[in-house]
Write a protein that binds this ligand. Structure first.
Ligand code: MLT
Length: 263
């Protein structure tokens, strides 16, 4: 399915009935990364996955890739579906976007699930790395980005023993346009510090992180869980930056119990 949001075609999937749960993917991926969650959770909940602008089947404009613009697009999808409030679940860049969304539209958020993300902004070194990566995408294409990203996204065991998973993730990355890759990288480099937002988050919050995540490690998850009032923390063994794909059962169990606890 798709919707016209802010002049762009935005693709989404909407399965099941019950409490709406919107899943927001990371960089440089798309909504198909949530396939195990759609399958397992849509039996009891309304599961919505969205391709952010520049990703998957959504339009990829050349500019306007700020975290706030992504948040505006997501609330556009909620409006399109006549959903006033939803549980919002974001992984990595998806989490950065949810901080922007909470800052601007807290009344649309019933609960938050923040997976493999962090509240701190980029360091100067991190920002320089974003620009280098955008430059590599420009000169060498999305395959070069896949080569760099795969070992950040998946743990060594997944990389060595799960060729289908590796292929699935590589396929999402190589399908990205240059505009989408560069737009995400510039948007992430410019995102504000969200640490001071944490103590103001008043909705139920679940934080999930892969035990082996080096990109946004468990120490970043602890910063969030210690500062968001009442937040729960779930560390998933045997997973790096994509626990929803590497250990889908453990990830789904954590989400299922959290959703049951908030009613
Ligand atoms: C992501 O998974 O969305 C990215 O790795 C986040 C980042 O680069 O900060």
């Amino acid at each position: 399915m798709d919707a016209q949001i802010h002049g762009l075609t935005v693709a989404y999937t909407d399965e099941g009935t019950g409490t709406p749960v919107v899943f927001v993917h990371g960089f440089p991926l798309n909504r198909t990364m949530w396939a195990p969650q759609v399958q397992a959770l849509s039996r009891q909940h309304r599961v919505i996955t969205v391709d952010l602008r520049g990703h998957g089947e959504s339009d990829a404009p050349l500019w306007r890739y700020t975290m706030e613009q992504f948040a505006d697009d997501l609330t556009g999808v909620l409006d399109h579906l006549s959903i006033q409030q939803a549980v919002m679940a974001g992984l990595s860049m998806g989490g950065y976007i949810l901080f922007a969304l909470y800052r601007k539209y807290a009344n649309r958020v019933k609960a938050l699930i923040l997976s493999d993300t962090r509240a701190q902004p980029d360091t100067n070194e991190g920002r320089a790395g974003r620009f280098n990566m955008a430059q590599s995408a420009y000169t060498q294409g999305s395959g070069a980005i896949a080569d760099v990203m795969l070992s950040k996204l998946l743990c060594p065991a997944s990389l060595h023993t799960r060729p289908e998973l590796v292929q699935q993730v590589r396929g999402m990355i190589t399908a990205m346009t240059l505009g989408g890759i560069a737009g995400d990288l510039m948007g992430m480099a410019d995102r504000p510090d969200s640490v001071s937002l944490l103590s103001t988050i008043a909705c139920p919050t679940l934080i999930i992180v892969g035990e082996l995540d080096l990109a946004t490690p468990p120490s970043d998850a602890r910063v969030m869980s210690e500062q968001i009032p009442g937040a729960q923390l779930k560390i998933i063994p045997g997973a790096a930056h994509l626990p929803n794909l590497e250990q889908p059962e453990a990830f789904n169990d954590a989400v299922r119990s959290f959703l049951a606890s908030i009613g």
